[in-house]
Design a protein around this ligand. Structure first.
Ligand SMILES: NC(=O)c1ccc[n+]([C@@H]2O[C@H](COP(=O)([O-])OP(=O)(O)OC[C@H]3O[C@@H](n4cnc5c(N)ncnc54)[C@H](O)[C@@H]3O)[C@@H](O)[C@H]2O)c1
Length: 310
């Protein structure tokens, strides 16, 4: 039995990862400062004999004994990461240093939840891992994008300089149950608006595209990466290459919820990328991974969850 630390374990992805790790027979130490994470996400685990919760901010050093680390701590939605941009960069950079320091001391493997945001507003489409990105260092998304880019640099330097075994995962838009209802991410936004019968807010003309990965597929990719062959570091894209415009997504959600909501169009926020789509050849080759859950099926499960929450 391994003892696994999940930073950001009370968040959307972190809580699903805790479920999976416990199911695999591990002990889980969930570390979270509850900035965007919620007790309700892990409520069902609090009495589990192999689950332990620690309220802690990863920008402060942590001394615990564990066998593996998944570093997920960081607000992921623009509304939340732009709320306190300095703290966002601190969480990404100082948080990564603290978790890497722990991995170095314990001589253990550590996985970083990086992001497709490291590609910024990409000039090539779709995006392979070799693409170096197009990020506006001065923009309002930079606290997150540059924080995550610097965290990747730290991971590779700890690996080269100190021999820490690392796994770096670049996560593309992921959705599913336990997303925060008010975090402004497009899938949760549209579903909540559709269920409440409110206008569905589309930024720009709605022709910008995104690819959406259901959470179970994401967690399978994350787990496979952590358990991939020694020496495979990534970075590896984990996302669903199926591409949809915001208009298509909105119409699909309206249909699935039988909503009477209308579409309204608002100006595009600064630095909003026009398109994002992962090349997943590396994940297929190294992890034998590809997404299996269709958008319609994933949306149906997510809508069921939000119906219970609202
Ligand atoms: N969901 C996605 O589509 C997506 C896409 C790309 C990358 N990611 C990355 O995956 C990770 C998890 O994302 P999520 O969607 O679950 O977001 P989330 O906001 O639901 O979860 C993040 C968790 O980290 C915690 N946290 C934030 N700052 C912290 C700090 N300083 N100390 C301790 N805990 C802290 C939050 O309370 C929360 O529980 C993040 O690192 C994010 O950047 C997610």
């Amino acid at each position: 039995m391994k003892r696994v630390l999940v930073s950001g374990g009370a968040g959307f992805l972190g809580s699903h990862l805790c479920d999976r790790l416990l199911k695999e027979g591990n002990e889980v130490l969930c570390v979270d400062n509850f900035f965007t994470g919620r007790r309700s996400n892990i409520h069902h685990l609090l009495d589990h004999k192999n689950f332990e919760l620690l309220r802690h901010d990863v920008t402060h050093p942590l001394f615990v004994e564990v066998d593996e680390i998944y570093n997920l701590a960081c607000p992921a939605s623009p509304i939340h990461y732009q709320f306190d941009p300095v703290q966002t960069t601190k969480t990404s950079v100082i948080g990564a240093m603290n978790m890497l320091g722990l991995a170095k001391r314990l001589k253990i493997k550590i996985l970083q939840a990086s992001t497709s945001e490291v590609y910024g507003d990409p000039e090539i489409h779709p995006q392979p891992e070799s693409y170096r990105g197009n990020v506006n260092t001065l923009g309002i998304r930079a606290c997150y994008d540059e924080g995550k880019r610097c965290a990747e640099t730290l991971f590779f330097d700890y690996h080269r300089q100190h021999g820490v075994p690392i796994k770096v995962m670049r996560i593309f838009n992921t959705y599913g149950p336990r997303m925060h209802p008010n975090d402004g991410r497009v899938v949760s936004n549209f579903i909540v608006q559709a269920l409440k019968g409110e206008d569905i807010t589309i930024y720009g003309d709605g022709m910008q595209t995104r690819s959406f990965c259901y959470v179970d597929d994401n967690i399978q990719g994350m787990y496979s990466l952590m358990n991939s062959r020694d020496g495979f570091t990534g970075p590896v894209n984990i996302g669903n290459p199926g591409e949809f415009t915001m208009l298509e997504l909105a119409n699909e959600i309206i249909e699935l919820t039988n909503s009477k909501s209308k579409l309204v169009f608002l100006p595009l926020p600064q630095d909003d990328p026009m398109q994002r789509k992962p090349v997943i050849d590396l994940a297929k080759k190294e992890l034998n991974w590809e997404p299996t859950i269709k958008l319609r099926d994933g949306l149906t499960k997510t809508i069921e969850y939000f119906e219970g929450v609202i």
